[in-house]
Design a protein around this ligand. Structure first.
Ligand code: AMP
Length: 131
């Protein structure tokens, strides 16, 4: 059975896409901690990040770096924070969260409620900065 993230990659369910190449895909987290909270995944279905083969993991890190730079250009913030949880979705993913303070990456806090229009605006602003 395809994971929910593979269904996003395959276009079976919608997502606010930021960028993709043949091996990786980045899209907005639907329950964001901050505007610009993004998930980066390998298209290959592997549950746990550190079970990914070395080459794919290295590529995922470099792709995430490009996405993080795009987030920083599009969303005013001091840093782009990085987190890996993977407790909900069994398809490895890296959270990238724009940070102005430590509490911006507190996964216990209530998630932002954004309109569809705002998600589209944010995704398009970050996608435009992706190089
Ligand atoms: P975790 O596996 O603990 O890292 O959490 C999974 C993350 O994926 C959560 O932050 C969810 O909000 C996010 N998520 C789950 N389904 C979707 C979806 N369809 N589109 C975007 N983000 C999602």
């Amino acid at each position: 059975m395809a994971t929910i993230f593979s269904k996003i990659v395959n276009g079976q369910i919608p997502a606010y896409k930021i960028a993709e190449d043949d091996r990786y895909y980045a899209f907005l987290d639907i329950n964001p901690l901050a505007e610009g909270h993004t998930l980066v995944i390998p298209k290959q279905e592997v549950d746990y990040l550190f079970d990914i083969d070395d080459d794919t993991l290295a590529g995922l890190t470099l792709f995430s770096k490009r996405v993080a730079k795009a987030i920083a250009r599009a969303i005013p913030c001091k840093r782009v924070g990085v987190a890996v949880l993977g407790l909900e979705v069994p398809h490895a993913h890296i959270h990238l969260v724009p940070l102005n303070r430590e509490s911006d990456i507190d996964f216990h806090k209530p998630k932002l409620q954004l309109t569809q229009e705002r998600f589209v605006e944010i995704a398009s602003a970050i996608a435009q900065e992706f190089k």
